[in-house]
Design a binder for this molecule. Sequence first.
Ligand code: KIV
Length: 275
Amino acid sequence: MKTTVATFLKMKQENQKISMLTCYDYTTAKIIDSSNVDAVLVGDSLGNVVLGYEDTLSVTMNDMITFSAAVARGCKQKLVVVDMPFMSYQVSVEKALENAGRLMKEGRANAVKLEGGRSVLAQVKAIVDAGIPVMGHLGMTPQSVNAFGGHKVQGKTLEAAQKLIDDALALQEAGVFSIVLECVPAKLAAVLSQKLSVPTIGIGAGAQCDGQVLVYKDMLGMYQDFSPKFVKHYANFATEMTDAFNQYDAEVKQGIFPALEHTFKIDEEVIEKLY
Ligand code: KIV
C-alpha cells in the first residue's frame, strides 16, 4: 500500500517514527521504493547536490518538474513530496497556487513543501483548499540563507523560539499535514512535536521529532562539498565509486575489460569476407 498523508498522521498517533529521504532520479527512486523508508522528498537541495549550485536559490520550476516526474515514475509505494522552489510561491497567492498545481500535474507530486510560517499562510491555505497536501518547513529554511546570514541554528532565544511555535501552530491551523524542522535545538523541537497534532520531520532537530529526513547523497557519503553536523554517514559511496572508477580505468588500459562475455558474436564466414 502506498504511503499517503493519512499514513503520516496515523504514524504520529500511533507513536511510530517516520523516515524520509530526499531523491532526485528514477534509479534511486526505485531503490528507495523497495526499502522500508516511508516517504521521499524531491528537495530543492538538488540545486546543491545534483546541479552543483552553492545554494538552492537558482533552482527553477522546470528543474523541480523534471526531477519530480522522474522520481514519481520510480516511486509506486512511497509518498512523493516536492519542494516549491525559491520565488515560485512568495510573489502571490495566485502564482503559488498555479505552481503547486504544475508540480502535481506535470511533476506527478503527491504533496508540495514550502518554506516559511505566517508570511506564507495565505499561500498555504489556498493550496490546501485546492486539494493539494502541503508540508511546512520551519527553522533554518535554506531559501532564506541570505536573510539568516548563513546556515545558522534557529530558535535559540525565547523570542525566536516563541515565533517558531506560533508559526508552526499557524501552519497547522492552515492545514499542513506535517512540518519539517531544520536546524532547531533538539529541546525546542521536542516542545513543538508535543504541541502539534501533525507530525514534525526533523533534520538537525534531534530525536524527539516524529520523523527524520536526510539528503540521500549526504547519508551515503557521496556529496563532499560540506557535511553538516546533523548528517550521519551510513556508507562511504564516494570512496567506493572512486575505487570502482579506478578499477574500470585500469582494466580498460590493461585490456581486461571488456571480456568475452561482454561482447557480441558474428559468423566467422562474414568476417572472412571482409578481409
Ligand atoms: O531540499 C531539501 O532537501 C530539504 C530538506 C533538507 C528538508 O528541504
